[in-house]
Design a protein around this ligand. Structure first.
Ligand code: NDP
Length: 234
């Protein structure tokens, strides 16, 4: 069973691990990238998820090459950390625009075709921070918590069309996003994780793959933490 899969922000980090996992499974995988070169062996489409025209153009390109998107992984995300008292309007808006509204744009575009096909899988990449909160990440946590309400609403809207919508909430994961953290801060976060280490991107990819698989056919509106236990109970 080869499906048309789109992973936004699939040129590096968690998105790339997710894209490779689907490709290894025999799926037809496209990833979005903003600059540089697309990853080897995967179809790359240039797309900034903050631009609706680029989102539409990317879907058209993928639909021509791979057919309508059957599995959407909304993964593209950014941080602009800072304490609330120092956080600018621009830092707040930029994070919401990419993380939450970017997911809205791609989910809406994918859903138009999924509804017609009466099947589809949408997986939104949120964060443990959405559930537990984090100092200096009020914009990021708001965007990621927004994805939970957004995804659960879609699960209710689209369930009758056999489309599942689930949310994955990773904890600290070893990617470029966390490589910029000062060593002391990184270690402080690791010490709060029951498993006492950061996740590797492929560990997040396994959860995403499961939610897109036939084994998850009766799971929708779920928030699946893949966080070494750090946000358990939330
Ligand atoms: P990276 O910083 O390594 O990668 C981010 C990806 O998002 C890149 O591919 C980037 O593209 C893409 N992206 C950012 N902004 C846009 C945009 N406007 N349009 C299109 N693509 C965009 O991050 P991670 O791999 O660590 O994170 C992936 C997702 O997982 C994010 O949503 C993040 O919030 C979430 N997450 C990460 C955690 C972690 O500890 N790493 C923990 C919990 C959640 P480009 O290369 O062009 O910049």
């Amino acid at each position: 069973m080869s499906r048309s899969v789109l992973v936004t922000g699939g040129n590096r980090g968690i998105g790339l691990a997710v894209a490779r996992a689907f490709a290894d499974n025999g799926d037809r995988v496209a990833v979005t990238y903003r600059s540089g070169e697309p990853p080897e062996g995967l179809m790359g489409v240039r797309c900034d998820v903050t631009d609706p025209a680029q989102v539409d153009a990317a879907f058209k390109e993928i639909e021509e090459a791979h057919g309508d998107v059957e599995v959407l992984v909304a993964n593209a995300g950014v941080t602009r950390d800072g304490l609330l008292v120092r956080m600018s309007e621009e830092d707040f808006d930029a994070v919401l625009e990419t993380n939450l509204k970017g997911a809205f744009r791609v989910a809406k575009r994918a859903t138009l075709k999924m509804m017609r096909a009466r099947q589809g899988r949408i997986i939104l990449i949120s964060s443990a921070v959405a559930l537990a909160g984090e100092v200096g990440q009020s914009n990021y946590a708001a965007s990621k918590a927004g994805l939970v309400g957004f995804g659960r609403s879609l699960a209710r809207e689209l369930g009758a069309r056999n489309i599942t919508v689930n949310i994955v909430a990773p904890g600290l994961t070893a990617t470029d996003m966390t490589a910029s953290l000062p060593e002391e801060r990184f270690q402080h976060i690791v010490n709060q994780v029951p498993l006492r280490r950061a996740a590797e991107p492929h560990e997040i990819a396994h959860a995403v793959q499961f939610l897109a698989s036939p084994n998850a056919s009766y799971i929708t509106g779920a928030v699946l933490p893949v966080d070494g236990g750090v946000a358990m109970g939330h």
